[in-house]
Design a protein around this ligand. Structure first.
Ligand SMILES: Nc1ncnc2c1ncn2[C@@H]1O[C@H](COP(=O)(O)OP(=O)(O)OP(=O)(O)O)[C@@H](O)[C@H]1O
Ligand SMILES: [Mg+2]
Length: 332
């Protein structure tokens, strides 16, 4: 069973869109999937056509009322069960403050679920509060969806600081295993530059003792695609709404990569003929990345080196003195 959190405290980067569409594609391939909506905005829940109502068991009851996950899961599609977000979920942040072991409640709830499941995806809110901490406490893998923008880099270093703390204090099993770009526009040179900085940064970290040393920078880039933006308003996943569009194609390609990273063989996809492979997001954009990554190999040390574009470098030492410098990590 893979337990994957999709997290990025920056809002609107594609966390929910990716969670729901990856789940839909994997479920269509026969995988048993559980989706956990940990966002009080309940976008994942509404994306799947469910409106949170009073009295509905949700992630709130699982986190704050010891409700077994099995009681709260609902069948939303073939092979997909949803732990929906509740109306009160925002209050959980406060309610959990005085609870001992508050960061591992979700982990325990998942451990007590005894039905067969292949993939659990956890959709996080755009913050680094207690809900995201519970996701990071429960997950074994973290995927970071990122938009190729300058401010994303700053957010990334803040996210990595939190992950380091969680890895050290709450969940040593947590590894950052994947990063992919969403709403990617390869006509913009800034996109290529940001991709280059990210690749260079993670290349430097390969030999460091950190939870992202084996990260996969997925080749698939999720392109801007209006169908992806339209489908939630119909309560449909992209393969229900329009399976012959670039959005569906990109998420299929990403699902292939996600399966292959653990040695699973994705099915041969029957790609629609009008989407030619050369237009696909599988082709990385040209960038000066490779040279830069090679040149930086000797720069590996025990400190996290923020990508060049980040003006406020992260000051975290991996081995011993991890100093939380982010207010929102005070909970850890
Ligand atoms: N590839 C894409 N092309 C076009 N629109 C997209 C794409 N991906 C997501 N969107 C749209 O962008 C908006 C933000 O996406 P999404 O809700 O998935 O982000 P998020 O990171 O979950 O946001 P939040 O941080 O608020 O939870 C949504 O309206 C979504 O429909
Ligand atoms: Mg979301």
């Amino acid at each position: 069973m893979r337990i994957i959190a999709l997290a990025n405290q920056k809002g609107g980067v594609g966390k929910t869109t990716s969670t729901v569409n990856l789940a839909a594609i994997l479920a269509a391939r026969g995988k048993k999937v559980i989706l956990i909506d940990l966002d009080p905005q309940a976008h994942l829940t509404t994306f799947l056509g469910i409106i949170p109502e009073q009295g509905m068991l949700s992630s709130y009851e699982v986190l704050t009322r010891s409700e077994p996950m099995a009681n709260a899961l609902m069948d939303v599609r073939e092979n997909i069960k949803l732990l929906c977000s509740g109306l009160d979920l925002a209050a959980a942040e406060q309610e959990l403050v005085s609870v001992v072991g508050r960061e591992t409640i979700l982990r325990d709830a998942i451990a007590n679920y005894d039905q067969p499941v292949d993939y659990i995806f956890i959709d996080c809110p755009p913050s680094l509060g207690m809900l995201t901490l519970n996701a990071l406490g429960a997950a074994r893998e973290l995927f970071i969806p990122l938009q190729p923008q300058f401010l994303s880099l700053q957010g990334l270093s803040q996210l990595l600081e939190s992950i380091l703390l969680v890895h050290k204090r709450i969940n040593p099993e947590l590894m950052v295993t994947g990063l992919f770009f969403c709403m990617f526009d390869q006509r913009l040179s800034l996109s290529s530059e940001i991709v280059g900085d990210i690749e260079e940064f993670f290349a430097q970290q390969r030999d460091a003792d950190c939870p992202w040393k084996n990260i996969t920078l997925f080749k698939t880039r999720i392109r801007c695609n209006v169908k992806l933006a339209e489908s939630p308003s119909y309560g449909q996943t992209i393969i229900e709404y329009e399976k012959n569009c670039n959005g569906a194609f990109d998420y299929n390609a990403l699902a292939d990569e996600i399966m292959m990273m653990v040695g699973e063989m994705p099915p041969k996809t029957e790609l629609p003929s009008e989407i030619a492979p050369e237009k696909s997001a599988e082709q990385p954009v040209d960038s000066p990345v490779v040279e830069a990554a090679d040149a930086s190999k000797e720069a590996v040390d025990l400190e996290i080196q923020a990508p060049q574009l980040i003006r406020r470098p992260v000051e975290v030492v991996i081995n011993d003195s991890v100093k939380p410098s982010v207010e929102s990590t005070d909970n850890i």
